[in-house]
Design a protein around this ligand. Structure first.
Ligand code: MG
Ligand code: MG
Length: 264
């Protein structure tokens, strides 16, 4: 196993296995986008997702995950986070409404390797402000992907994400970050979407065959977040304004980047 500063580098074969898991994740997100609409309960999206994952021979990565703050292991294949919910929303009876935004995060393990991707879906017609939030968050992820190449420091990419978001008067979430991924959903390194002197110890050089889950989380108002209920899972914005989340699993190549969860 090759490592670069504690980060596991993957072989070409392993990257193809991660892509295979990523293809299943992509299909799930596509299916969720097609099924989601006003009146649809998030539990229905989750049931369809789990069925697709199992039919593909995969295992839902999030189901059964524990965290020290949470009262119970995560119970679902999808995280479904509505409006002011940022991440880790739990699918249930709540029905989506016109004007909502739904962030959907999905992870799959297939043949021992993991893929992880998220998208935020507009339910029916959303306000101009909400659409702007979605557009900017998606462009922040695209801008990050455009910056990734060997020899770059992550801090340069993080500054780019932050600049894209803050130039549009939105805020980047600090308390949650991206991560390395491979045999495990969460591997080294931790990948912030913003940068200041405090992040300097986390900086790393992008090296071919690193596989990373890059996931900007963006809020309409304050960057501050907290828990939305006593489950210890659902994270919400502190000012209850809407949030968005886009994520891809990607590999650094010899010349740039290869996105592994875009369905190719
Ligand atoms: Mg994810
Ligand atoms: Mg992730």
């Amino acid at each position: 196993m090759t490592r670069a500063g504690g980060i596991i580098l993957k072989s070409a074969r392993e990257i193809e296995l991660i892509r295979a898991a990523g293809r299943v994740v992509h299909r799930v997100l596509k299916q969720t986008r097609e099924l989601a609409g006003p009146g649809v309960p998030t539990a229905e999206l989750n049931a369809a997702a789990e069925e697709l994952i199992r039919q593909a021979g995969g295992v839902p990565l999030f189901k059964g995950v524990r965290n020290p703050q949470a009262k119970f292991p995560f119970p679902a294949a999808l995280c479904t986070s509505i409006n002011e919910e940022l991440v880790h929303g739990i699918p249930g009876d709540r029905r989506l409404s016109e004007g909502d935004v739904l962030s959907v995060d999905c992870g799959v393990r297939l043949a021992g390797y993991c893929g992880d991707s998220a998208t935020t879906i507009a339910i029916g017609t959303v306000s101009t402000e909400t659409q702007h939030l979605l557009d900017v968050t998606r462009s922040a992820l695209e801008a990050a992907i455009g910056e990734i190449r060997p020899g770059r420091m992550w801090s340069e990419v993080a500054r780019k994400i932050q600049a894209v978001v803050e130039s549009e008067k939105l805020s980047v979430v600090r308390d949650f970050v991206g991560h390395g991924i491979g045999r495990e959903m969460h591997e080294e390194p931790k990948i912030p979407n913003y940068w200041s002197d405090k992040q300097q110890p986390l900086d790393f050089e992008l090296v071919p065959r690193m596989v990373l889950a890059v996931e900007p989380m963006v809020n309409l108002g304050t960057h501050l977040v907290g828990y939305g209920d006593d489950s210890g899972w659902v994270v919400i914005t502190r000012d209850r304004k809407y949030a968005a989340h886009f994520e891809h699993t990607l590999a650094v190549t010899d010349t740039g980047v290869d996105v592994l969860t875009d369905g190719r």
